[in-house]
Design a protein around this ligand. Structure first.
Ligand code: PMV
Length: 309
């Protein structure tokens, strides 16, 4: 039996603009994770896919072409050179909230690739794991930038520019991030599609916003690498204002952001595609529990305190 885990993730800076070639920063959130287990099955079953959280078990041969579980298993087996239909079961479970911008589908894919590789005694590089996962991201997202598969695979803070070499970040001074869930599911492709339509209508304005978001991400990188987390709060607030101008925030996100700032957060913004999903807040000094408690009291559906290091 082979088991592999993959963490959730949060985008710190640069979502949406990253789809248009600007830099973004994402960090792993290890307090939630996906798990894949590959185990031998009784003879003759072929490959079974099992997702107990969704109460689903089905043969790979019956997976629809756009089924992400089927796709990642088939693509990985092809990549590993496994032919035929070995008798095995791939079981996936996850504590990562679904469709909240925390990379739930991505983490499932990464854990499956690594568990299958371990099962067949293969060693895959991070680049191979990330590339296999990216192919399946297209089913969820349409036009993914690649940031999700990169941060979840490398399990380190990343500075990401589409199409460029992966850069992991060294965090000189660790800082605390509070991740709070609006409870509203927000499929990434919907928000990304809306920004795309806005861009079609007014390219000049959108490109200018993307440039400003890119500048925020570059400044944030410097603050992280130089050990100046206090600078990140205002940058998060700037990034949020720019995301609002793109139309991807929501009243629920805005409210939780206001609550976090009121409780002492140094900065706060939506994280991921927006419209729902999660917001993140930077909690300086001893403010983490005050921020956390205020978000819970304000009705956040889940709050995670995550050290970025
Ligand atoms: O998967 P999410 O919800 O974290 O969104 C990813 C971030 C976007 O920039 C909105 C899309 C992308 O592919 O980078």
């Amino acid at each position: 039996m082979s088991t592999a885990y993959a963490p959730g993730k949060a985008i710190l800076f640069g979502e949406h603009a990253v789809v248009y070639g600007r830099p973004a920063i994402a960090v792993p959130v290890g307090k939630v994770r996906a798990c894949a287990v590959v185990s031998p099955s009784p003879g003759g079953t072929g490959i079974m896919l099992s997702a107990p959280d969704l109460k689903r078990t089905y043969p790979l041969s019956q997976a629809a072409p756009d089924d992400p579980l089927g796709a990642i298993v088939s693509n990985t087996l092809a990549h590993l050179g496994v032919t035929g239909h070995p008798d095995l079961t791939v079981t996936v479970t996850s504590t990562i909230p679904i469709a909240r911008g925390m990379g739930s589908g991505t983490a499932i894919s990464v854990s499956i690739v690594r568990a299958l590789a371990a099962h067949f005694g293969a060693t895959l590089s991070d680049a191979e794991v990330s590339a296999l996962t990216f192919e399946v991201e297209k089913i969820y997202h349409g036009t993914p930038s690649g940031i999700d598969n990169t941060v979840v695979t490398y399990q380190k803070p990343v500075y990401f520019v589409k199409g460029q070499r992966v850069e992991t970040l060294t965090v000189k001074t660790p800082f605390l991030l509070i991740v709070a869930d609006t409870g509203i599911a927000s499929p990434t492709h919907v928000a990304v599609g809306d920004v795309g339509r806005k861009w079609q209508c007014d390219r000049e304005e959108c490109e200018a916003v993307f440039d400003r978001i890119g500048a925020v991400a570059r400044a944030a990188r410097q603050a992280i690498e130089l050990g100046q987390p206090a600078k990140l709060g205002p940058l998060m607030n700037d990034n949020q204002a720019l995301l609002q101008s793109l139309g991807v925030s929501s009243p629920e996100l805005d409210r939780l952001i206001e609550v976090a700032l009121g409780a002492g957060a140094a900065g706060a913004k939506l994280s991921g595609a927006g419209r729902g999903g999660n917001m993140i807040a930077l909690a300086p000094g001893t403010s983490a529990s005050a921020v956390e408690n205020s978000l819970v009291a304000a009705g956040a559906k889940g709050v995670i305190v995550n050290e970025v290091s």
